[in-house]
Design a binder for this molecule. Structure first.
Ligand code: PGA
Length: 250
């Protein structure tokens, strides 16, 4: 049985004061979350603060990206996986659509970031998903397969045993337009089947999250789908009550 995971992707939001309030708010209600594992992914600079606030808490800490080079060195502006691990991170998001589309990260770069995360002992949350025009052209499966295959080619299927995949249709991110539970389930099943071609055991164990305008009001229907194992939450993870409602729905 896969344990559901709900991860909050705070993106580039926060201040020391708001981070404190948000973490304290989530902590206050975490006791009511029975089954799901919960993680928060703050901007890099707030990771030490959040780690301190979370000391002794069941809430896991994650980062929003990681350098594709495992060794430290001359990579200005990048953060090594070892640094994130040292600060207490368990998870790291790689290949978020904002990284792919706004900052030009290729499938190959994302695959290398995935590999570097694992090398540092972090659990990568690999984001995949199609643009609206790709869905309209009927290319959803081809796009998701291409993004997944880049990682499979570099790391092999076994690397997914303890990894997490997040299916995030780009047209649903921050738009208020959620995929229907059926639309999401269809792609989740496709992803699991694609892993199963390589390794059925890994496919069964891998957690596949849905992301894209998940809210307290639609989370339960999405998470009820057989291949949806939780969510990657953007906007709604910035409000403690809303985020906790989503965590309880998982
Ligand atoms: P959203 O973002 O929940 O604000 O749509 C999801 C994400 O980008 O991970």
């Amino acid at each position: 049985m896969r344990r559901p995971l709900v991860a909050g992707n705070w993106k580039m939001n926060g201040s020391r004061e708001r981070v404190r309030a948000l973490v304290n708010g989530i902590q206050a209600g975490i006791g009511s979350v029975e089954r799901a594992e919960v993680a928060v992914c703050p901007p890099f600079v707030y990771i030490p603060q959040v780690a301190e606030l979370l000391a002794g808490s069941p809430i896991a800490l994650g980062a929003q990206n990681v350098c594709d080079h495992a060794e430290e060195g001359a990579y200005t502006g990048e953060i090594a996986g070892s640094m994130l691990a040292e600060l207490g991170c368990r998870y790291v998001i790689v290949g978020h659509s904002e990284r792919r589309n706004l900052y030009g990260e290729s499938d190959e770069l994302v695959a290398r970031r995935f590999a570097a995360a694992r090398k540092a002992g972090l659990v990568p949350i690999l984001c995949v998903g199609e643009l609206l025009e790709e869905r309209e052209r009927g290319e959803t499966e081809a796009v998701v397969a291409r993004q997944l295959d880049a990682v499979l080619a570099l790391e092999g299927a076994a690397a997914f045993r303890d990894a997490v995949i997040a299916y995030e249709p780009v047209w649903a991110i921050g738009t208020g337009r959620t995929a229907t539970p059926e639309q999401a389930q269809e792609v989740h099943a496709f992803i699991r089947a694609r892993l199963a071609v390589h390794d059925p055991g890994v496919a069964e164990a891998a957690r596949i999250l849905y992301g894209g305008s998940v809210k307290g009001s639609n989370a339960a229907d999405l998470f009820a789908q057989p291949d949806i194992d939780g969510g990657l939450i953007g906007g709604a993870s910035l409000k403690a009550d809303e985020f906790l409602t989503i965590c309880r729905a998982a």
